[in-house]
Design a protein around this ligand. Structure first.
Ligand code: SF4
Length: 700
């Protein structure tokens, strides 16, 4: 009877940005309730489909490591050194909510009094709801008194957003994934949707089978390439050169759309002059792609008739990530491949609510809805809405906050649902910075690697336990519903944030998510037409929706762009080398990414039994020729070493990995990839270069 479901609840998947809707079937009573199985619902983004994470990943919510009571670090226990490595909880004692909240808020307030507001910072979460993100950034801006608030978008698509806001005035996707139904050609560049957006990958595959030409462009050949019309496995870091050479072909061969360029864009001449310097014949030794192939793909993209571009972190996580996306925007603008079904630009979002958390203002230089902190009239509007004086200077970004913590300028942090002790580059540095804080408050569902360094840990809610709105990669705002009760004394995230706010002197008294969402829609013009009742009733509403009666806009930019003058903007770029190139000491290249079964830092999926059983140990992929040169065999162990750190793990033969490079995922705490990665930043998006650093491999 324990496994016979007695009720079912419609909600969402907690993992990727595709935003699948599910029905969870629940058995048991009271605290013993558990999800028995999950099935896909006919949601707009998934049409009943699910991947392995959505279908089997839910068990993390009842993992025995779930935090169920507030924790305070025991006196005299140095951070980063636990009493018992097998029992990290031993560094903490249990506390009441009153004591833990008082302790958490008092520590933050003490630092603010002694060192000023900018000695504090907060990381919110792309796994939380829009309401939680909105509330968290409001707390940091009005309660802490600083704009030092950021989240993991800084580590995934910050460069995409920077280029998109600059080029077309909106950081969101122009067309939904399922628009591939109308596409004649699909470019997927720097992305592995089969692992990271599997349901989206299934729609792309269906479109390819129907006859749409699929072009896969990536240094690593991934499973979707089996369905590709052309696969361009270019050299790591040669992306700007490759994209400029495509633009060069389109311009040289007269394949641009002059009417679109004249009517809807500005700055083409400067971009054209730059791009013409990079014909594919000249770039071939750099990109590794034959000129004829580049010309063939460029022609097909321009001629469409409908061509769409998807990209992922292989594009964005570079010191030239913004330049990469400027090139993609330029391709769409010069050919008019935007503003119609089956065309456009789609940066595939990572976490299930990274779009919504960004929209809701978890960004240091922008208030909700990308309204700039530096603009006085914008600040005045938010000061009026929130009844608080706001700092004038934009805040620091994720990696900048870690550097400031390391230098002693940031002394206290509140981390809600993020795990920078696994997700930041150069982890030794990041972990030391977190451990060196005077006061670290962590709010999470597990004792993550970040929580292990905390002074106080506040047990929070998983998606399965909350009502909330979440915005997927397609800009669909969808509603989660509580499937299970909160375990033990864990609390709703919005409630915890409000409790901290009250203790820091803010007169907040929100009754729940619906009221918070109401205020959010007054702060965010693009959500102004979305009501809580509509989300509960319809289950999904497309943003932007500026008024209740305004039509949905699944395809944006049909007549103009939301820039100051309505025009799309070309920005010329030149290829630049990565921040750290291979040399005699470190002759190979490390590329990091994800695997199908595990999600990001693994805090959830490594605790989901089925998923962890499918992929239980850390591994890296190397080309068989590189393995043969050294005599190492599939399944043996190697040491990966960079200038920042060293790890040991299993090596697997992977013909999809280029000779001279190594691929590994960043989800394994036993062999954390980010001990190796380096923190050089894109100057515009401030995103670290996770996708390229110099590496040496030691064979055991
Ligand atoms: Fe969840 Fe993404 Fe898989 Fe859908 S594709 S089930 S949203 S992880």
């Amino acid at each position: 009877a324990r496994y016979v479901p007695t009720r079912k609840v419609d909600s969402l998947c907690p993992f990727c940005g595709v935003g699948c809707q599910l029905t969870y079937h629940v058995a048991g009573e009271g605290a013993a309730q558990k999800i028995v199985f999950a099935e896909g619902r006919d949601g707009p983004a998934n049409a009943g489909r699910l991947c392995v994470k959505g279908r089997y990943g839910f068990t993390y919510s009842r993992n025995r490591e779930r935090l169920t009571v507030p924790l305070i670090r025991k006196p005299g226990i140095p951070k980063g050194v636990n009493l018992d490595p097998a029992n990290p909880l031993a560094a903490f004692r249990e506390a009441s909510w009153e004591e833990a909240l008082d302790f958490a808020a008092a520590g933050l307030a003490r630092i603010k009094r002694a060192h000023g507001p900018h000695a504090l910072a907060g990381f919110g979460s792309a796994k939380g709801s829009n309401e939680e993100a909105y509330l968290f950034q409001k707390l940091v801006r009005t309660g802490f008194g600083t704009h030092n608030v950021d989240h993991c978008t800084r580590l995934c698509h910050a460069s995409s957003v920077a280029a998109l806001l600059e080029g077309i005035g909106s950081g969101a996707v122009s067309n939904p994934v399922r628009d591939v139904e109308f596409a004649d050609l699909m470019i997927v560049i720097g992305a592995n949707p089969a692992a990271n957006h599997p349901v989206a990958a299934s729609f792309i595959k269906n479109a390819a089978e129907r006859g749409s030409k699929l072009v896969m462009m990536d240094p690593r050949q991934t499973p979707l390439a089996r369905h590709a019309w052309r696969t361009l496995q270019f050299r790591p870091d040669a992306d700007v050169a490759l994209l400029l050479s495509m633009a060069c072909v389109i311009i040289e061969e007269g394949l641009t759309d002059p009417a679109f360029i004249a009517a809807r864009t500005e700055g083409f001449d400067a971009f054209r002059d730059a791009a013409l310097q990079y014909p594919p014949e000249r770039m071939a030794p750099i990109t590794g792609i034959e000129a004829d192939t580049v010309r063939e793909v460029a022609r097909a993209y321009a001629r469409g008739p409908n061509s769409i571009i998807f990209w992922g972190m292989g594009v964005s996580q570079h010191t030239h990530g913004t330049d990469n996306v400027r090139c993609l925007i330029a391709l769409a603008l010069m050919t008019g491949q935007i503003g119609r079904p089956g065309t456009g630009l789609h940066p595939l979002r990572g976490q299930n609510n990274v779009q919504g958390a960004s929209d809701a203002g978890l960004i240091p230089m922008m208030f909700p809805d990308y309204q700039r902190v530096a603009e006085p009239e914008v600040r005045a509007r938010f000061e009026s809405l929130w009844g608080a004086k706001l700092a004038e200077e934009p805040g620091l970004t994720v990696v900048e906050i870690m550097d400031a913590a390391s230098a002693g300028r940031i002394r206290g942090m509140y981390v809600e649902g993020e795990n920078p002790a696994m997700s930041d580059p150069d982890l030794e540095h990041a972990r030391a910075a977190l451990a060196g804080l005077e006061h670290l408050v962590v709010q999470d569902i597990f004792l993550t690697e970040t929580a292990m360094l905390a002074d106080v840990v506040l047990p929070a809610s998983s998606l399965y336990e909350k009502s909330g709105s979440f915005t997927n990669t397609d800009r669909l705002v969808q509603m989660s519903q509580p499937v299970l009760p909160l375990p033990g004394e864990a609390r709703q995230d919005w409630w915890i944030i409000q409790q901290i706010a009250q203790r820091m002197g803010l007169a907040w008294d929100y009754a729940g998510p619906a009221e918070i969402f109401g205020e959010l829609t007054r702060a965010m013009p693009s959500y102004a037409g979305i009501t809580w009742a509509a989300l509960e009733g319809e289950g999904a509403v497309v943003a932007p929706k500026i008024a209740v009666e305004a039509p949905s806009q699944p395809v944006l930019f049909q007549t103009d762009f939301p820039t100051r003058n309505g025009l799309g903007r070309f920005v010329p770029v030149t290829p630049l080398p990565a921040a750290e190139l291979p040399d005699a000491d470190y002759p190979m290249v490390l590329i990091t990414g994800r695997v199908l079964e595990h999600w990001h830092t693994g805090s959830m999926t490594r605790r989901a039994e089925v998923l962890d059983a499918l992929d239980p140990v850390p591994w890296c992929g190397m080309h068989p020729d590189d393995m043969a040169k050294t005599g190492v065999s599939h399944g043996e162990h190697v040491e990966l070493e960079t200038r920042r750190g060293q790890i040991e793990l299993e090596v697997r033969a992977d013909e999809g990995v280029q000779r001279g490079s190594v691929f590994m995922a960043f989800c394994y705490v036993e062999a954390a990839a980010n001990l190796l990665t380096q923190p050089a930043l894109d100057p515009f998006g401030k995103i670290p270069e996770f996708k390229y650093c110099a590496l040496r491999v030691r064979f055991k």
